[in-house]
Design a protein around this ligand. Sequence first.
Ligand code: G3H
Length: 497
Amino acid sequence: EVHQREYLVNGEMRRWDGEVSEVYSPVMIPQADGSLKRKLIGTYPVCGEYEAMEAMEAALAAYDNGRGEWPTMSIADRIKCMDKFVYKMIEQRTLTIKLLMWEIGKSYADSAKEFDRTVEYINATIDGLKDIDRHSSRFEMAEGLIAQIRRSPLGVVLCMGPFNYPLNETFTTLIPALIMGNTILFKPPKHGTLLHYPLLEAFKDSFPKGVVNTVYGRGAVVTPGLMATGKINVLAFIGSSKVANDLKKRHPKVNRLRAVLSLDAKNAAIITKNADLKLAVSECILGSLSFNGQRCTAIKIIFVHKSVADEFLKLFSDAVEALKPGLPWTDGVKLTPLPEPHKPDYLKECIDDAITNGAKVINEHGGVTAGSFVFPAVVYPVIEKMKLYREEQFGPIIPVIPFEDIEEPIAYQIDSPHGMQVSIFSNDAKEISALIDPFVNLVSRVNINSQCQRGPDVFPFTGRKDSAEGTLSVHDALRSFSIRSLVATKLNDANKQ
Ligand code: G3H
């Protein structure tokens, strides 16, 4: 068990003696009476508005209107701080991975991947910064002026990541924001809080005081007040669009707030009659069920051409049934318990609603639930009035819709409030090229014969409509957390040569 009694503000690990929140693992332990109970794995501070404001003041003071030590530090020195942080972070690898498994139920392989991918992302960000190098940036000359273009920080950034990638997604905003010279308020997600604890010392020891500060407590209590101060310059949030909109609305001058958001999505896979079905099945399994479908980039609905629907459903259901369920540390495990306590009930509701409206669960164990564990359900045929048609299930249910005319999935995407990704499966080059244009103007990434995914991390990661605001990726994030500014000098006889 990890009992966290400290939080990081103004370069100090402060002791917290107030209310704590108990953290229960999705891993359930059988009780004497035969029931299952989530295992208590630790506690963390439930700080209040006062502590959130302290963190805010520390971040503001460290930024000091752009005159602080951090925003004025040379890029080479900032990189030294970041290198030190990476070194200290790697020392915590084993513990962080263990906490990832226990806190959110991610398999060992995926937890290790999340940790290592994050380290790689930080190193790539450091290289990206070298490219940008705001101090010795390029010069442009025009109309008797020399302009030195710089990349300047924006101020105080509030970073909030999601439970599904609590380390990676939090850091893919926090790290670029930090390295560009901003100061940080960082609120870990509700599920996925403890795993950040071992890293707080690393932040404390690697950066000047007040540059990275934590905000613990109930989101609904501590974050609205922070936004209402009007002193947050960037909101970096990965989660639901409802929460993002609520937070944005609190800012008194929303036009002065930059938002970098990755939000809801309902990514479709389209299997045409010309698809390689075996390939489509293996990619759709990865796309829809990696980490039990709990990814913003997951495939959340499949359209299959009527002529190949039976064959696809058979192959796909067999592949789902072959996935290995188990606890996160089991070798080769593909399906693990779900961290959100309400999720099994919600998924059941979706399945029941589909059945009431005429669909079937195609695979033998689909929807079988044991405590926090739900076996994936392939639901067919899904129609418009079902919850699964539009709702983002964010879990192990795969709704499948048969189509006759390719205009049907296109119409679905046009009507959708989301626009993150799509996957198109076809072996006909003409058909593929005819589909790229309609989709590339509706979603931010079209995957041909491959699953939906964020990586590799050098690729731009964003979405249209309600799915995102701003763009992340190693290079784009550095731009998202900075602004181009310039020093324009009038040419005179002395500097003309
Ligand atoms: O939840 C959204 C993640 O950014 C997905 O990342 O596609 O690499 O799993 P991924």
